[in-house]
Design a protein around this ligand. Structure first.
Ligand code: MG
Length: 551
């Protein structure tokens, strides 16, 4: 164990909080959230205990993909504020001890980006080869290769001005960038350098496999993309030693680990754990730990500085693409039986509270995610149990405005409700009068106060971030029991996936004679017998306990 190095690898014990500036807090009542509004809410985030904010794209954009279609990498979207507002936000966050990372979206630009406009109008433009062009009519794209099969039918689009086809793996208004161009790679370094200079602690890298893997589309790079990722990491960490890259890689474990650098772990520092996230979904439906334990056993070991990002829900549809067709249908039936709750045939466009309809079960799910190997990643509003608004199209249903109080627009904005960026959640049980941060702040037993406690427990339990994890064999199928060891320190976490109370026996070998299981979180009953320790978990109950050494 490298005790002295762990403080440096801050991301392994961090609590990330993902938010979109434009739906968080509007300061000037124009209906769009902004940096001044967010800055005003930093003390809320500091009180919650999150240690790193992940900002979704805030750059100028054509606004056809919620900011993921960028038109300028070196500025702030004027609707959200100025660079000056951004710097004030960064300063305030740093003052409260909160780091900030931001989305790095360099797989594609907006079609409106000046680079693309220059590339299409002039074949000799220095930006021409920053995009991927072809003259021959493309072969048909198999639907399985389409990211948005409901909206696009090909990954190639004809451009009249350029008189060529350009590649777009996402929407046709988002042409793919061509990292085979050395000048573009230099530009990406410049973008990273720019924002690091303004104080970012790193980036969440969007769509990593699409960015790097071009063989399948007949466009070989001429170099190993992993060498480039290693280069990029090297650049980042020369500029700032504690800078971190958190990747969006939704592939198998082995393929995902390759993006962290198979030997040496010198590419992405972290990857979001999509495999575990989907197994948790199946285990929840079945009230059976099997799927989680199976995935845990398949989880590859990582190099010292690498870690998983564990999440319950994110800003996209809840993708269940790793499950079998039958398993996916099983989850759909339980959590999103209606067609309008599903998306692309692979996911659900709902948030957790409306799917579970049970607060004890909801708490158990977050506690479980926080106990999995890696660092937890929250999406704004999860801490108060926000639901989705299905009236908002597609993936954006989960991106409704943050609910601060019971008033107009949930306190998100003083603008009239028909001009705000996105409508607030309308379902009575989850609308702002029923679910908001202010009321929960004043109610000791609220989800918000419980979540604050969970975050503090997680930060106080570095065994999870830095240690090794193994599943304990227990007889009860609904129980996930994990033991985390880090040097002399050990932590036991138990989660009951079922609606039935359950007594679990922990053998004496896990809690040696004279040692104790000291409860840290949860309302389990612990009894010490001659055979071991008995833990009574209520329906959807949970326990975090530290194993104290025997005298
Ligand atoms: Mg505003």
């Amino acid at each position: 164990m490298d005790m002295e190095r762990t403080g440096d690898a801050w991301w392994k014990n961090a609590v990330f909080y993902c938010l979109d500036v434009e739906t968080f807090q509007d300061s000037n009542d124009d209906g769009v959230g902004d940096f001044r509004g967010l800055t005003h809410r930093i003390d809320y985030l500091a009180g919650l205990g999150v240690t790193c904010i992940w900002l979704m794209p805030f750059y100028p954009s054509d606004d056809r993909d919620d900011g993921y279609d960028i038109t300028d990498y070196y500025a702030v979207d004027p609707r959200l504020g100025t660079l000056g507002d951004f710097v004030e936000f960064m300063r305030t966050a740093r003052d409260r001890g909160i780091r900030v990372i931001a989305d790095l979206v360099v797989n594609h630009t907006s079609r409106a980006h000046p680079w693309f406009q220059s590339a299409r109008t002039d074949p000799r433009s220095p930006h021409r080869d920053w995009y991927v062009w072809r003259s021959d009519p493309p072969e048909e794209t198999p639907p399985s290769d389409l990211v948005f099969p409901d909206q696009e039918s090909s990954i190639w689009e004809w451009d009249d001005v350029a008189a060529q086809y350009y590649l777009h793996r996402f929407y046709k208004h988002q042409p793919d960038l061509n990292i085979a161009s050395p000048a573009l790679r230099e530009e990406i370094r410049r973008i990273i350098g720019f924002w690091m200079e303004l104080g970012l602690s790193g980036f969440r890298v969007d769509a990593v496999p699409f960015l790097l893997e071009t063989e399948g589309i007949g466009h070989p790079l001429g170099f190993d993309p992993h060498d480039w990722l290693r280069d990029l990491r090297g650049f980042l960490n020369r500029r700032r030693g504690d800078g971190v890259l958190l990747g969006e890689v939704n592939l198998s474990y082995e393929q995902t680990r390759a993006f962290m650098g198979d030997d040496g772990g010198d590419e992405l520092h972290m990857c979001l754990d999509f495999n575990m996230n989907q197994s948790v979904g199946l285990s929840l439906v079945r009230e059976d730990a099997g799927s989680i334990l199976h995935t845990l056993a398949a989880m590859p070991s990582l190099a010292h500085d690498n870690a998983w990002g564990q999440f319950v829900r994110n800003h996209d549809e809840w993708s269940l693409d790793k499950l079998t067709e039958a398993e996916r249908r099983e989850v759909f039936r339980a959590f999103g039986p209606r067609k309008d709750m599903q998306l692309y045939g692979r996911g659900l466009r709902r948030r957790m509270p409306s799917m579970l309809q049970d607060e004890a079960r909801l708490r158990m799910v977050y506690s479980l995610a926080f106990s999995l190997p890696g660092a937890p990643v929250l999406f704004y509003g999860e801490e108060i149990g926000m639901a989705e608004n299905l009236a908002i199209p597609g993936r954006l249903s989960v991106r409704a405005p943050m609910q601060w109080n019971a008033g107009r627009n949930g306190g998100f904005s003083g603008a009239s409700s028909d001009v705000i960026r996105r409508p607030v959640v309308a379902t009575k049980a989850f609308a702002p009068p029923a679910v908001n941060a202010n009321d929960q702040d004043r109610e000791p037993a609220s989800l918000l106060n419980w979540m604050t406690r969970l975050i503090r427990r997680r930060r106080e339990s570095p065994e999870i971030g830095f240690g090794t994890c193994r599943a304990l064999k227990v007889a009860e199928a609904a129980i996930v029991a994990l033991r985390h060891d880090w040097g002399p320190s050990s932590l036991l976490t138990m989660h009951n996936l079922s609606a039935e109370a359950c007594t679990v026996s922990i053998p004496l070998s896990e809690v040696p004679n004279g040692g104790e299981l000291v409860p840290l979180l949860g309302d389990a009953k612990i009894t010490r017998g001659s055979e071991g320790v008995e833990v009574l978990l209520p329906p959807y109950g949970l326990l975090w306990g530290r194993i104290s050494a025997s005298e």
